[in-house]
Design a protein around this ligand. Structure first.
Ligand code: AHM
Ligand code: MG
Length: 336
């Protein structure tokens, strides 16, 4: 018999991980299984976006003032409906909804909290550019009954799992439960996510920077000096760096995870807290990057140390290779 590679589905991987934790109730695995189904349902719709009359905008704005695309609404509802009745989650919150999302009365409230960005990079949809979904999971802070805002407003270091699904040239489910970062590529012909990136480790240093440089004139001087520095010629420090920017955080962070370097959305004079949301984008990506051996920062401390005060708060974010993020912090703090 020819030596076929070992096929490891996401479902089997989750189950095997659960068996390594005696005492596990299976509730957490159930939550991840439900998320993988949600991912496939969203992927199915995303992949035919150009074929059906689903593209275009509605007249509704989300709470951050962005125009909501129809596909955002579909992804938002699909993830909610895939997760609301499994008995694993006590409350949810999504980037597209101002308030927390309660579990319907007829279903059991579980012990986990799910926060998600249903469709990240939605301004890229019409141009058929990579988009994604991002999720963050906490254990509930309250003990019984319906989940509350207090359950949702926990700092990122308390996440028990986080991940994203990238809908690109292939669809990949990347997640961590605090034991490394693993990626699974969807084989659409069998409808399974198969292990393709085991135990991803981010390079200690890269040579790519990824950010919206069009905001340069509004940045603080430390940020401006850092980017100027990356563009200077110096063989010894591998400069100049290359610039890559998709404008979808999932895509830009995924490339940074695999190739190294830095992804950033800094604060600036117009928006001191930047554009990206702590609970739906920055916390889960920071968890993944740190789990892969990288570094996250809000300019002064790990993103995971930021204490949330509200569901939709923004934070400056710097993610990537440890050496690159450290150097950026030095510029921001005026040490260079
Ligand atoms: P969203 O599509 O969920 O609203 O996400 C916001 C997106 C991020 O994916 C991306 O990093 C950023 O906005 C790009 O912003 P800009 O267009 O200012 O560069
Ligand atoms: Mg987003």
């Amino acid at each position: 018999m020819s030596a076929l590679p070992k096929f490891m589905t996401l479902e089997r991987f989750i189950n095997e991980q659960e068996m390594m934790h005696p005492g596990a109730t299976g509730e957490f695995s159930g939550l991840l299984h439900d998320l993988s189904l949600a991912a496939k349902l969203v992927w199915r719709e995303v992949s035919k976006a150009g074929l059906v009359n689903i593209l275009g905008t509605t007249d509704r704005m989300n709470v951050s003032g962005d125009v909501v695309k129809k596909l955002d609404e579909f992804a938002d509802e699909t993830i909610y409906k895939a997760m609301d009745h499994g008995g694993h989650v006590c409350v949810m919150a999504s980037e597209e909804n101002e308030d927390i999302l309660q579990i319907p009365d007829q279903y059991t409230a579980g012990k986990y909290v799910l926060l998600y960005d249903p469709l990240d990079g939605s301004s890229n949809i019409d141009a058929n550019i990579t988009i994604g979904s991002i999720f963050s999971v906490f254990k509930r802070a309250t003990t019984t009954g319906k989940g509350t805002l207090q359950d949702c407003l926990q700092p990122g270091y308390k996440q028990v799992a986080a991940g994203y699904i990238i809908y690109g040239s292939s669809t990949i489910f990347v997640y961590s439960t605090g034991h490394g970062v693993h990626g699974f590529t969807l084989d659409p012909s069998v409808g399974e996510f198969l292990l393709s990136h085991e135990d991803i480790r981010i390079p200690v240093k890269g040579k790519i920077y990824s950010l919206n440089e069009g905001n340069f004139c509004n940045w603080e001087s430390g940020m401006q000096r850092y980017i100027q520095y990356l563009k200077e010629q110096d063989k010894a420090t591998d400069r100049p760096y290359s610039l890559r920017y998709i404008g979808t955080m999932v895509g830009d962070s995924h490339r940074t995870l695999l190739y190294g370097g830095i992804f950033a959305y800094p604060g600036d004079k117009k928006n001191p807290q930047g554009k990206l949301r702590l609970m739906y984008e920055c916390n889960p990506m920071a968890f993944i990057i740190e789990q892969a051996g990288g570094r996250s920062s809000d300019g002064t401390k790990s993103v995971l140390q930021v204490q949330p005060a509200s569901l939709h708060q923004h934070t400056p974010v710097f993610l990537g290779s440890t050496e690159d993020v450290k150097m950026c912090e030095e510029f921001l703090q005026g040490k260079r």
